[in-house]
Design a protein around this ligand. Structure first.
Ligand code: BG6
Length: 485
């Protein structure tokens, strides 16, 4: 079933995200037959580029990022959908050129994807409105970060909201497009097995790790202003936390799910003042190794001021004040230049009340559910089983579900999935305004406490698992990160 015919206007069309993710995702949609013949992808940026020059850039990045999936014939077919328009968002007259391109295609669905700095979101939407380009069947997609704190985010939402209704606004968090995150929803709400165990008294603690091996790459200018708390925790990690902690929605309706996620965000125990220093750890990488090669420290990265206090690592203990979760610690951790790329959620269950068999007295010997998002997509449940032999000796073993082995069907990359949802008008995996603002409201006091503290981020060697203080954060509660078990 091809997608409805649309014009997708990609602001930031020459940027990193468009080149690395969005255009390759659209190529894939075309290659699998989902782009209808008249659909168009209009790259928009400030540079004066001819269509051919733009196509050359898009082709080069499709070749790089699609690897063996790239094919000349398929490229030629996809290229027919792609065009380019120069628009400088601060020059209202430029919108006339865009208008001309879109003219005569009023019956098409229209999606404006804003992959630009957040201070341009409102001016672009206002430019679209002034030129009557924002029609009732248009959609706008906002890429993170949506502001840098609650106030700026509210202001953007307010201005964008004057032009587009909430039903037309798609706020992307690409973690929600990852296949395993949706599988987590399936696991929780498609089975009865875990629900009785999914609560205080049964779950001992939960860990969420999103570790990257990469450093800041070429985004230091952006990253140094942002830091890991805003870049990763405010959105991806809190969204994962919501999916783990939320109550079962009453229906699969987008708002039913978003209502439940919002309740989790509102139940997060605020971290303020001294509590912040006690329950959070920020780190910054120093020189070390990545992929077996030596790499420089954060302060020596290009475009990073040499006295920067920006965190490239965060670990925190989070409490959720709800009947289901009070007393169960959630530990969140993310960082750049860590030992490997690894995203996982680990739910550790309570131990048996009385042990009648010989069992190893180690944390490995607990029932544990590991939901891995990256590098592999899998779910693994650790149970205790009898070790062969005469005596009744128990050992941990894993029941594993590897999605790529189990289902041979091709899987969609997160952006491919989310772009499809935008074009179909399905808001389930996008954040609602109140969710986003609740997340900022919880994040802001942490940022403020850090800014007011004289403490610098703790350093960690590139290629390690972060500062020692991150281990101590769990250690003092009697726990350890899974990689330390
Ligand atoms: C982005 C962050 O949202 O997510 C990047 O801005 C980060 O800093 C990226 O590298 C990680 O995404 P993924 O899908 O590679 O885990």
């Amino acid at each position: 079933q091809p997608l409805p015919t649309f014009d997708l206007v990609l602001f930031g069309g020459t940027g990193d995200l468009a080149m690395r993710k969005l255009l390759p995702a659209l190529y894939r949609r075309k290659a699998s037959g989902y782009l209808s013949a008249k659909s168009r992808v209009l790259g928009v940026a400030r540079s004066e580029l001819s269509r051919d020059e733009y196509l050359a850039q898009v082709q080069a990045s499709c070749q790089t990022y699609l690897g063996k999936d790239y094919d000349e014939k398929r490229w030629a077919e996809f290229a027919q959908h792609v065009d380019y328009v120069k628009v400088d968002a601060s020059a209202p007259e430029d919108f006339a050129g865009l208008k001309k391109k879109l003219e005569g295609c009023d019956e098409h669905g229209r999606a404006f994807f804003l992959s630009v700095a957040p201070d341009l979101f409102a001016p672009i939407c206002e430019g679209l409105a002034t030129h009557s380009l924002a029609t009732p069947n248009s959609r706008v997609v906002l890429e993170k970060p949506l502001g840098h704190d609650q106030a700026s985010s509210a202001q953007i939402n307010e201005r964008v909201g004057r032009i587009f209704s909430e039903q037309q606004i798609f706020r992307i968090d690409h973690y929600l497009g990852k296949e395993t995150v949706q599988n987590l929803l399936a696991l929780r709400f498609g089975n009865t097995l875990f629900e009785p165990l999914w609560r205080r008294g049964r779950v001992k603690h939960v860990q969420i790790t999103v570790a990257e091996e990469l450093g800041v790459e070429r985004r230091a200018g952006f990253y140094d202003e942002t830091g890991a708390l805003r870049d990763m925790v405010q959105n991806h990690l809190l969204q994962l936390l919501c999916i783990i902690a939320m109550e079962p929605p009453a229906t699969s309706d987008p708002d039913a799910m978003r209502d439940e996620k919002l309740k989790v965000l509102r139940a997060l125990r605020p971290l303020r003042g001294r509590d912040v220093l006690h329950k959070t750890v920020r780190g910054q990488y120093k020189a070390g190794a990545a992929g077996g090669k030596p790499v420089v420290g954060y302060l020596d990265e290009k475009d990073v001021p040499n006295d920067s206090k920006t965190e490239t690592f965060v670990a925190l203990r989070v409490d959720i004040d709800s009947w289901r979760w009070v007393g169960v610690p959630f530990y969140l951790r993310t960082g750049k230049r860590l030992q490997e790329k690894l995203s996982e959620i680990v739910v550790t269950f309570e131990d048996v009340p009385l042990s009648i068999y010989e069992r190893p007295d180690t944390p490995q010997a607990l029932n544990r559910l590991v939901i891995q998002l990256q590098p592999d997509e899998s779910i693994e449940l650790t149970v205790l089983a009898k070790f062969p032999g005469e005596v009744m000796r128990l050992r941990p073993v894993n029941l594993s579900l590897d999605f790529s082995e189990t289902f041979k069907a091709p899987r969609l990359d997160a952006y491919e999935r989310l772009l499809t949802d935008v074009l179909k008008g399905n808001l389930t995996l996008f954040m609602r305004r109140d969710e986003l603002e609740a997340a900022w409201q919880w994040i802001d006091p942490i940022r403020q406490a850090w800014d007011q503290s004289d403490e610098a981020p703790k350093t960690y060697t590139a290629g390690s698992w972060g500062p020692a203080a991150a281990s101590a954060l769990l250690g003092r509660d009697g726990f350890a990160w899974r990689n330390e078990l």
